[in-house]
Design a binder for this molecule. Structure first.
Ligand code: COA
Length: 311
């Protein structure tokens, strides 16, 4: 049978140059490095750039790492919750910066967006796309009140990208699970032109719950157990959320990708940033099962199990 499966063939990241440490916050607002480290695991994050500029930088790197040129790409999917303009879509700006062919569109499922994008891209590959550039890019520092200690220390800027190509032999997206509970929208939102508002404790509780439920759901769909997962790549919001979820899932931290200590919460960028870090530090080998798991404002969630195919 001729399957139009999907495989990951390249990755790339982009972080702004400006490093903002916990000490920088300590000097300006009523907080401390100790509080931030103990409650979140974050030590530093990056601020700067635009959603389009970071996305283009990460996208160009991902195309190169897949040994392709921009004109080879026949679909660009940009996951972002911080578009540069109301219209046109930020993906239009990114298309112009990179020079990809075919269509381009934005997708917004907040911090769960990257895995939504992975699922959308693999569906479009089944329908005929051959080489898709999927980028997660966000500049959350622009919509965060830097004087509000309950949010300022968490959110930051960055981008990560992967190239997905048709695989006519097998489908390496083994299972996925997408969900949303719109009744929880008021616990984390941002009005147009305003700053984010968040009920931190409520988001925390629900995040752990949806990570566990959604991950178990994909494990069951893929007919796998926690022991079959070589690496978990969770959304990078708070180390305590990751630890609480992974403890319930029976996946130790040694098999989990973590970059939030250096990046903070970069929304759509967080999963590809963590994936790239794991790949670059030699933690992935061909045939490994990776469990991606995201959650975010909405409240949205998304999980997928993907077989790593890069040697
Ligand atoms: N520095 C010092 N103290 C702080 C602080 C900061 N940056 N931010 C909040 N506090 C204080 C609070 O004012 C509160 O003080 P009080 O007890 O005198 O009222 C105390 O710390 C505890 O606050 P609480 O909100 O209960 O802390 P917490 O342990 O829940 O940690 C978060 C707060 C925001 C770190 C945590 O709830 C969290 O990470 N939630 C999820 C957020 C998230 O991931 N959002 C994005 C989802 S995609």
């Amino acid at each position: 049978m001729n399957i139009r499966g999907t495989r990951i063939t390249g990755w790339g990241v982009a972080l702004p140059d400006r490093v903002v440490t916990n000490a920088d916050f300590e000097a300006r607002i009523d907080t401390s490095d100790q509080w931030i480290t103990e409650r979140t695991g974050i030590k530093e994050r990056r601020f700067g750039g635009t959603t389009a500029s970071l996305a283009a930088e990460a996208g160009i790197r991902a195309i190169k790492s897949a040994n392709l040129i921009p004109e080879d790409i026949d679909l660009l999917v940009l996951s972002t919750t911080t578009p540069d303009l109301t219209t046109p879509a930020t993906s239009s700006l990114v298309q112009n910066l990179i020079g990809t062919k075919g269509g381009a569109f934005d997708l917004n499922a907040a911090c769960a967006g990257f895995v939504y994008g992975l699922v959308a891209a693999s569906g479009m590959i089944k329908m005929g796309s051959n080489k898709v550039l999927l980028i997660g890019s966000d500049t959350l520092s622009r919509i965060t009140d830097q004087d509000d200690r309950s949010t300022a220390i968490l959110f930051a800027d960055g981008a990560g990208a992967i190239v997905l190509e048709v695989d006519s032999g097998t489908d390496n997206i083994l299972a996925y699970d997408l969900g949303v509970d719109g009744s929880a929208a008021p616990i984390l939102y941002c009005n147009l032109g305003d700053y984010m508002k968040m009920e931190g404790r409520e988001v925390f509780k629900r995040a752990v719950r949806v990570m566990v439920d959604s991950s178990n759901n994909v494990l069951e769909k893929a007919n796998l157990t926690n022991d079959d997962i070589a690496l978990m790549v969770p959304h990078q919001a708070n180390i305590r959320i990751i630890e609480a979820a992974n403890q319930r899932l029976g996946i130790p931290i040694e098999r989990t990708a973590v970059v939030l200590d250096r990046t903070g919460n970069t929304s759509s960028a967080s999963i590809p940033l963590a994936l790239a870090d794991a790949a670059e530090s030699g933690r992935l080998k061909e045939g490994d099962n990776i469990l991606f798991c995201g959650f975010g404002a909405g409240m949205t969630w998304s999980s997928a199990i993907v077989k790593w195919t890069i040697r």
